[in-house]
Write a protein that binds this ligand. Sequence first.
Ligand code: ADP
Ligand code: MG
Length: 396
Amino acid sequence: MRKRTIENMTVRGRRVLVRVDFNVPIADGAIGDDTRIRAALPTIRTILANGGKAILMSHLGRPKGKPDPAFTLRPVADRLKELLGAPVHFADHATGPTDPASRQAIDVLNEGEVLVLENTRFHPGETKNDPDLAGELAAFAELYVNDAFGTCHRAHASTEGVAHRVKEAGMGLLLDKEIEYLSKLLDSPEPPYVAVLGGAKVSDKIGVIQNLLDQVDALLIGGAMSYTFLKALGHETGASRVEADRLDDAKALYEQAGGKIRLPVDHITASAFDNEAPRRIVSGAIPKGEMGLDIGPETIGEYARAIGEARTIVWNGPMGVFEMSNFAAGTFAVAKALAGATAHGALTVVGGGDSVAAVSQAGYENLVSHVSTGGGAMLEFLEGKILPGIAALSDR
Ligand code: ADP
Ligand code: MG
């Protein structure tokens, strides 16, 4: 089956409803980071260049199903106008994406122009995947395009329901690229294949570990989740963060992995969760009262070596509390090792909100093969789940 993307859909003179991910950080009307707006530009530009009319919709924050001026998309529309250099209108009204003002604004929209609808979550039907809302949205356009990978794991009216109700539906360029790279991690990846997993909780990542276990040659574990594994295997973890209710799961996974799971052999510890607390390098057992806040130098060396020898690497989850500069070394070293592997021709993919922030903080975001825009969506994709927003584009 030929995949349908915005590049092979006929858009000239037609209204194209695009689900984008404009869920950017905003404080007092000021956008903190416009990466997600920039990520949507290729699809928008393709529509405009081919003579289409682009109607954009997105959620922003969690406005609880009713209009809330704190979550208006107006500042996003303003920023988009600056970035795009083409006419960008904002459907100016209070009640949400399907306000009568939206209909009027669509009626007067010209080819080569953009209309940004108000926050989809101003409508209570959005997160409930309400068929009436999906139908109203679908009536806005002839074509529907989903380019919001980060929300594809949610079956909402603007990501799933609407796709079933339009005449034609397809993928935006960002979504297409995400699927292309993430599929490579599941479908015959070139060995050696290494997964690096860290972050806050084992429970978030059990599904991914299970699904990747068969394929990978090694799973390098860091971050707080490593302490749940270490404790489950009978090691002293001191005051480190451990998920007590996941010890059995961690032990079972470790045994199932048959030697593929590698855990830190040393740690940077402190007696308080504080950047200024005195640090210690601890090998093996972590003393009482001390908590592991980063992987240690020996572990960094081992993990960097494994990454350097791999041909395919996926990374999700920081190796330590990288938000504190004194506990960021392990995370930044992994970022550097990925960049090095990329330079030698390996396929490298990074995902997860915090991991992506760490990679760009370290200055490596352009030195890896792919930085995924999806946190939860990427994890579910790697768990082998069918994402409803993607499935809806083909089962119609
Ligand atoms: P991502 O957003 O990349 O998926 P997670 O949200 O799973 O990553 O985890 C990131 C968080 O994990 C960060 O806030 C980081 O401070 C925290 N973390 C990492 N290592 C530790 C640790 N040893 N102790 C406590 N928190 C940790
Ligand atoms: Mg996170």
